[in-house]
Design a protein around this ligand. Sequence first.
Ligand SMILES: C[S@@+](CC[C@H](N)C(=O)[O-])C[C@H]1O[C@@H](n2cnc3c(N)ncnc32)[C@H](O)[C@@H]1O
Length: 346
Amino acid sequence: MGNNIKFIDLFCGIGGIRIGMEKAGFQCVFSSDIDEECKNVYEKNYGERPQGDISQIQTDEIPDFDILCGGFPCQPFSISGKKKGFEDTRGTLFFEICRITEAKQPKVVILENVKHLIHHDGGRTFQVITTKLEELGYVVTWEVLNALDFGVPQNRERIIIVATKSTEFDFDNLEKEERRNLTDGFLDLEGDFEFLDSNDYTLIEEKLRTRQLKSGLIFAGYRNKSIRKVGVRPGTEHLSRVHKQPNRIYDAKGTHPTLPSQETSGRFWVLVEGRVRKLTIDECYRIMGFPDDFKRSEKLSNQYKQIGNSVCVPMFSALAREVRSQLFCGEKDNKNEKNEKRIGIC
Ligand SMILES: C[S@@+](CC[C@H](N)C(=O)[O-])C[C@H]1O[C@@H](n2cnc3c(N)ncnc32)[C@H](O)[C@@H]1O
């Protein structure tokens, strides 16, 4: 597979997107992140230190490329409702994406964000994003994808936007895997586990623990911390919805909730064989689909924060493969012939 299709990795973090893109045969020619700790990890893994604050980088400092990738932080847009062209987004990081896209005219722009982006600021933020990309001459498609459909047991929904110059990207062709509901298949059998003292949590009755939610989560109990009291009907205090998400404990026989990005100490408690323990950091990287030999930050708090901020690697690999197949191979896959066509991927 030739490596002649080039991409840039904006807001690169620790490079989860880069792994997926490189697996599909794309070549990274530029990366940027403002966070020095992320840059250290990125440099250790890819032998290249990302540039810093993207707002300070001139477009002529960026080499030419075919695909712009960016998992950008979501910010509100200040001027409500009115069509103000680029002024609408000025001062936001999305503006930087528009600025680079306008100057460099890549064939494809791939953006990743939290699912909530769709509803942010009453839907206006998302509308501004799609409208701006259209104004720049792109056909915009988007889809909410769940890591559960890409071989990992994590209920992690992310919005993916694929903007193209001509052919519309078809998300329906994405190669998905059967959902794996078992977190415990991804857990270490032995290790230096941090168990919760049995006085510090309450398990709900075993017969109630068989109820698996649509997301594959099995609510097993809660840490003995505060619960929501307002509006809670008497006798329903055991239900998951009255407990704050970080205090909920899920059964490792189900899926795992989204690894959060704001977390620096880890709050991922699972019920495994009758005992409650914290997910180890190795297990967190595994359920994001990172390779075992990925070199992490020296500090555990950074490791937790960085993995929560990153992307599910197999999901991005599947997306990158499909982008290559549909947009760079000169033919569109027919769903029924998908596998045969992929064998000869360009
Ligand atoms: C959601 S994370 C993206 C993580 C990445 N996709 C990964 O796989 O690790 C957003 C990143 O944007 C970076 N960032 C925020 N402001 C920035 C700026 N002005 N210039 C460059 N990077 C910035 C943050 O440091 C953070 O790493």
